[in-house]
Ligand binder design. Structure first.
Ligand code: IPE
Ligand code: IPE
Ligand code: MG
Length: 239
């Protein structure tokens, strides 16, 4: 069993929380039951990550492609989002957690946008874990919006269009500005793809895929992913 006392904890863990629908289906329940259970697991994972001393935890909650799902499912996810935003403020406050949302929030209804802002503002001074939720997030959309903001800065004379523009400079235009790249990327439910998550930021992340469905995820699964990460040899293109 993974022993948290002897392991190095990655600074930034990112998770593609997948498998809610399959979890529910296995039990003969509607997909939304899986999402509900998935939300509870998010809360627990935030507490676990905070206690383990992880600095950043980023979770993929809703992609730019997830709008393709039925109106019923999208509606249920929005309702859960409303409910858990309130609960999360409590969990964050109790655990010294700073919350931040990435993704294009302009597509959400006004009350959800206001809820996101409240969460971010009220947890801004927390000094423990930074918990990042990706909602209406797409890696390509993140890069596209960053390019638009850069072009605006150039057009309005705030910066020069120059060859000296570095990768780090570009990173400041992304939603993840100021955050380190993920060290460890976990995907649940066995799917071997990125599904448009943090495309720029995961250039050198170590990837761990587990067959566990997101609603069954727990501290032990997190610890064994961290243990596997501890055995990886990160070369970044060197030898
Ligand atoms: C992940 O679970 C949650 C979201 C994408 C919102 P899914 O809903 O994708 O569950 P599966 O993959 O269909 O089992
Ligand atoms: C990725 O899961 C998005 C989230 C976990 C929010 P999906 O279930 O949408 O991914 P695909 O469709 O299997 O690639
Ligand atoms: Mg899925």
């Amino acid at each position: 069993m993974a022993d948290e006392k002897t392991m190095a904890v990655p600074d930034h863990v990112a998770i593609i929380m997948d498998g809610n629908g399959r979890w529910a289906k296995k039990r003969g329940l509607p997909r939304t039951f899986g999402h509900k259970q998935g939300c509870k697991v998010v809360e627990q994972t935030v507490e676990d990550a905070a206690r383990l001393g992880i600095r950043y935890l980023t979770v993929y909650a809703f992609s730019t492609e997830n709008w393709k799902r039925s109106a019923d499912e999208v509606g249920a996810l929005m309702q859960l989002f409303r409910y858990y935003m309130v609960r999360l403020l409590d969990v964050a406050t109790k655990n010294n957690v700073r919350v931040r949302m990435i993704g294009d929030r302009r597509r959400f209804p006004e009350d959800i946008r206001a809820g996101i802002e409240k969460l971010e503002t009220e947890t801004r001074e927390a000094t423990g874990l930074t918990f990042v939720i990706a909602v209406n997030y797409g890696g390509r959309d993140d890069i596209r919006r960053a390019a638009i903001r850069y072009a605006e800065d150039v057009r309005e004379g705030r910066r020069e269009a120059a060859d000296s523009f570095t990768e780090a400079d570009f990173g400041k235009y992304l939603d993840t500005a100021g955050m380190p790249d993920p060290d460890l990327l976990i995907r649940t439910s066995g799917e071997l793809r990125l599904s448009n998550f943090l495309l720029w930021q995961c250039a050198y992340s170590e990837i761990v895929i587990t067959d566990v469905l997101w609603p069954d995820f727990n501290k032990q699964v997190l610890l064994s992913a961290i243990e596997e990460f501890n055995h990886r040899n990160r070369r970044y293109g060197g030898v």
